[in-house]
Design a protein around this ligand. Structure first.
Ligand code: ADP
Length: 369
């Protein structure tokens, strides 16, 4: 449903660019692989047995790395070996013995390259996995430390309130009751309750990261900065990216760091949702535009696992997560940040069809908060 709504606010040229212009990368790479495969086969077949053209299949294998899955690369290597042998029997010129030798060398080169490259990719993947685990542990550890310090900070005034409460009762139970002392105890209770409440306010501020600093910001620039921060992970996950930023977007009045946090969290979630997809199916689309209500809007669409309807209702709840080692606070914090800015955040998705997150923020001068 969202899709139609937001596509309507774009001009037809923007729409065309969105659905055709930036979407060529995976297809382009697949075409390159096929063309190269055909070229090497033809060249290997029409040239003499003495020319070992088939070693160029190595380039085909290298091009496929990061584009095809491990199994896909192995199948492709098998195809390359098959074509090398086929060329041997189709070639008409030169000495067959030399051709046989070159065929053996080429097949060995293809096999060794495939093996080494896949080993390297696997090592990289496990190093990346270890890094991610480490980051998770760090996040959990800092959450644990934060929880402990909150508990400590809140516990102190609560304990003081209980003590003052007991004291107050004792002063009141006296014959005659000591009203002055009882009043002092009540004052201490109010003071300590205010202290506990201050701690909670501070923690909420912390969850939104420091004091919000609202300034007029170029929304597209904030989006680009968030993408730069996520760039390494986008590349490492072989995600093809479509970026469609509207020209002449009015500035938003917002806290740069907080908005970047929200966008960064959406990008991270999108990448994690596509983790189990084959690399050529991993697509991330980021679009900015002004919506019908005049709000500066960004949509982040992924081609990941999507979200079930029952999950949609709970997505923004604190500590709700479907990930092993997830914390389930990213979206809940994102919502509180966006709502504190007078904006809105929503999601639309179908299971296994990816998800679209939409964030709208008031533009500077709109006086929303
Ligand atoms: P976490 O990432 O730690 O689980 P979040 O609050 O950021 O916490 O996300 C909560 C849950 O929302 C995730 O566990 C996941 O199930 C779901 N989710 C968020 N973004 C996406 C997405 N792009 N695609 C599918 N599910 C998502």
């Amino acid at each position: 449903m969202w899709h139609e709504a937001w596509i309507d606010v774009m001009s037809s040229s923007e729409r065309n660019a969105l659905f055709t212009g930036h979407h060529v990368r995976p297809r382009f790479r697949a075409a390159m692989i096929l063309i190269l495969l055909a070229c090497v086969f033809v060249a290997d077949t029409v040239t003499d047995y003495e020319i070992a053209f088939a070693v160029f299949y190595i380039v085909v294998i290298l091009l496929a790395i990061g584009f095809l899955s491990t199994r896909g690369v192995i199948v492709l290597a098998g195809v390359c070996v098959g074509l090398t042998v086929l060329s041997l029997f189709l070639t008409k010129r030169g000495m067959f013995e030399a051709g046989l030798l070159n065929c053996g060398i080429s097949v060995a080169a293809i096999g060794i390259t495939t093996y080494l490259v896949l080993q390297t990719v696997a090592a990289q993947a496990s190093a990346f996995e270890a890094q991610t685990q480490l980051a998770r542990v760090a996040r959990l550890t800092s959450l644990g430390a934060l929880t402990a310090s909150i508990a400590h900070e809140v516990n102190q005034p609560l304990a003081a309130i209980v003590t003052s409460g007991h004291a107050c009762r004792r002063w009141l139970e006296r014959e005659p009751p000591n009203l002055e002392k009882a009043q002092q105890a009540v004052d201490r209770i109010i003071h300590d309750a205010n202290r506990a409440s201050d701690v909670i306010v501070r923690v909420r501020g912390l969850a939104r990261s420091e004091l919000p600093r609202r300034e007029a910001l170029d929304f597209n620039e904030v989006i680009r900065e968030s993408l730069v921060q996520a760039q390494t992970q986008i590349e490492r996950n072989s995600i093809s990216m479509r970026l469609q930023l509207a020209d002449g977007l009015p500035p938003i009045l917002a806290d740069r760091i907080q908005v970047q946090q929200v966008i960064g969290n959406l990008l991270l979630n999108a990448m994690e949702a596509m983790h189990d997809m084959p690399t050529f199916k991993r697509e991330l689309e980021v679009v900015s535009f002004v919506d019908d209500a005049g709000m500066a809007t960004i949509t982040v669409t992924d081609s990941g696992i999507g979200i079930k309807p029952v999950e949609l209702e709970r997505l923004f709840d604190a500590f709700w997560t479907t990930k092993e080692g997830g914390m389930g606070i990213g979206l809940s914090i994102s919502r509180s940040i966006i709502e504190a800015h007078g904006g809105s955040i929503s999601v639309s998705s179908k299971p296994r069809m990816g998800a679209t997150f939409r964030v709208s923020l008031p533009v500077a001068g709109a006086n929303a908060w």
